[in-house]
Ligand binder design. Structure first.
Ligand code: GDP
Length: 305
């Protein structure tokens, strides 16, 4: 996972191993390794620039600090490598954080809505199922609305997921998505469900028809959450998509999918910094239990090894 990003930090560690002093030259050489791998991983250029500048400033500015006080009050010598990696860790965490995995949900028993948006193939339908599964485990009663009417397989896919999770799926052939969403809310009330998850249509690329349909759904039902499902494999494109969806719909956050594969990781590192909106969950596989709450610290740790 995230091999491309990890590579640069590994190279920097090798470069710093055994060194007794963190000179500005060593910092720059290490940051060069990191910069190349971040760009290769398709992290947004501005984000790479900022990250490198922040780490450099701290690493060079704190040259004198070669001891730290540990939890037991003991002073301990810090190797230049540990010092540098700690700065990288803190800056990676700052880039992706703070933790914000909560959803806007009314108290149990009152109806809340989650609108799932994203490009086709991003994992939106699968993630809708995963989120319903998670809500079920929290004692909620979800209902799924199949509003991706242009890809007939998506409706069937959601029905299969609903059957597997024992969660009702609302769909009516021939009804347009904004109306479907509204009727989905009514169906949820009738069936005493307390969370509606709307699986909306995706396209291969953003287009006007898609965006205005999503805006109509939003203004018809006023969902409590709008989450963009993003394929983490597509790097900077994911970030551009995210920014455009956010501009049109005002997103509450992101779910990055396929982090279990050989995702280059660019989106994970850039999306928060570029849009200001949090990553809420990570998709870590195809099955319904493979949805993790996003922990910037955990991901920074995985990246730094
Ligand atoms: P949609 O077009 O956005 O609704 O995408 P789908 O939900 O149909 O997902 C597209 C493909 O990605 C399917 O083969 C899913 O099984 C797969 N997929 C979705 N999420 C993940 C994930 O987190 N990890 C992996 N490995 N595959 C995923």
């Amino acid at each position: 996972m995230l091999e491309t990003v990890t590579k640069g930090f590994r190279a920097a560690k090798n470069r710093l191993a055994g060194k007794s002093e963190l000179t500005p030259e060593l910092v720059d050489e290490s940051l060069r390794d990191i910069r190349v791998s971040l760009l290769e991983a398709d992290v947004a250029f501005d984000v790479v620039k900022k990250f490198v500048a922040r780490v450099r400033e701290k690493a060079v500015g704190e040259l004198v600090q070669t001891t730290i006080t540990d939890a037991s009050g003991q002073k301990r010598k810090v190797s230049p490598m540990d010092h540098f990696i700690k700065i990288c860790h803190d800056e990676l965490e700052a880039l992706m954080g703070p933790v914000d995995t909560g959803l806007n949900l009314k108290p149990k028993g009152q109806l809340s809505g989650i609108m799932m948006v994203g490009l086709q193939g991003s994992g939106k339908t699968t993630t809708t199922g995963k989120l319903a599964n998670r809500l079920l485990q929290q004692g909620r009663k979800p209902l799924l609305v199949a509003a991706d009417i242009y890809r007939p397989a998506a409706v069937d896919q959601l029905k299969v997921l609903g059957e597997r999770l024992k969660v009702p799926v609302y769909h009516e052939p021939g009804v347009q998505p904004p109306e479907l969403a509204k009727r989905g809310y009514a169906a949820a009330r009738e069936q005493k469900c307390d969370v509606v998850l709307i699986d909306t249509a995706g396209r291969l690329a953003i287009d006007e028809a898609l965006m205005s349909e999503l805006e109509s759904i939003k203004s018809n039902v006023h969902p409590d959450n709008i989450l963009l499902v993003c394929d983490a494999m597509i790097g900077q494109d994911a970030v551009r998509t995210a920014a455009e969806f956010d501009r049109r719909l005002t997103l509450d956050g992101f779910i990055l999918t396929k982090l279990d594969g050989d995702a280059r990781g660019g989106a994970a590192l850039s999306i928060k910094e570029v849009t200001g909106k949090p990553i809420k969950f990570l998709g870590m596989g195809e099955s319904m239990d493979k949805l993790e709450e996003f922990r910037p610290e955990g991901l920074a740790g995985r990246i730094l090894g």
